[in-house]
Design a protein around this ligand. Sequence first.
Ligand SMILES: NC(=O)c1ccc[n+]([C@@H]2O[C@H](COP(=O)([O-])OP(=O)(O)OC[C@H]3O[C@@H](n4cnc5c(N)ncnc54)[C@H](OP(=O)(O)O)[C@@H]3O)[C@@H](O)[C@H]2O)c1
Length: 285
Amino acid sequence: MKTNKTCFITGASKSLGAFLCKRFWDEGYNLYMIARSGSGLQRVSSSLPERDGQSIVRIACDLGDPVQVLELIVKVKETLPSLDVLINNAAIQGPIGPLTQNDFSMWQQAIQVDLLAPVALCRGFVPWMSERGGSIINLSGGGATAPRANFSAYATAKAGLVRFSETLAEETKSLGIRVNCIAPGAMKTAMLGEVLEKGADVAGEREFAIATKIFTEGGASMNRVADLALFLASDESKGITGKLISAIWDDWEHWPEHLDELSKNDIYTLRRIVGRDRGFEWGDK
Ligand SMILES: NC(=O)c1ccc[n+]([C@@H]2O[C@H](COP(=O)([O-])OP(=O)(O)OC[C@H]3O[C@@H](n4cnc5c(N)ncnc54)[C@H](OP(=O)(O)O)[C@@H]3O)[C@@H](O)[C@H]2O)c1
């Protein structure tokens, strides 16, 4: 099932990124796979069945290095006529523990990988995607919609990424480019393993308990995340932009029936909660 469409996926060397590669490949997309580990990318791509007319490009790149990110954009534009789908999936947890005990260079690195690199990729690719429209999908994460103690860098980066996505969605609506975020739910991957490694004393009791539960009982379905990503990449999701969508909790399959309400409303976005939203009469003038 060849689509003649190309999907660019960061963090493609393992976990969710590798799974998304498989599902987009099976759907007929050409792939641009990005991660630091060249051997990881090779392992994932060689697990995909060869198909006539479909191609894979692997590029080892450290998104933590702003210079490498800019070089990546130039390299991709030299070899690819246009891009249809950009998935900013790569992320790091950053330092775990109270801010005052965090290594600040690790904190800054999390902002670079989780926020600034996706922003740079959007900035580099949007003018070029606009030739025939397209879809940008950014992976949100814990802390984007509520405080997450002991994960300040990650939470700050992900909240920033969601607000950035809403803003870019406004700017690119007229270009036919959709920009949405996916909240995948907690998945059993290396990222969650880091929480277990740090333990309850550093990560906090609640975070540790959640990570332990996910590791013993299994986490959110990557299939469901991939279903949503494919939906957002396809024409089925035309008119849906600027939203933060939960792969597991939201009934996004039926959203095309509600495009008017979705576009004229701030539902599924980040907003300030005021007193009246919580039933208090004293907060607002
Ligand atoms: N796991 C969860 O419970 C969970 C929950 C909510 C949201 N999310 C989000 O879902 C996405 C995928 O998470 P995951 O659990 O699959 O993460 P993961 O297992 O830690 O994998 C992260 C991927 O990002 C790549 N990466 C990390 N640093 C990089 C860098 N500096 N440059 C280039 N690539 C880099 C890694 O490859 P290399 O090491 O080869 O570079 C790897 O392919 C992330 O955006 C995450 O925030 C995850």
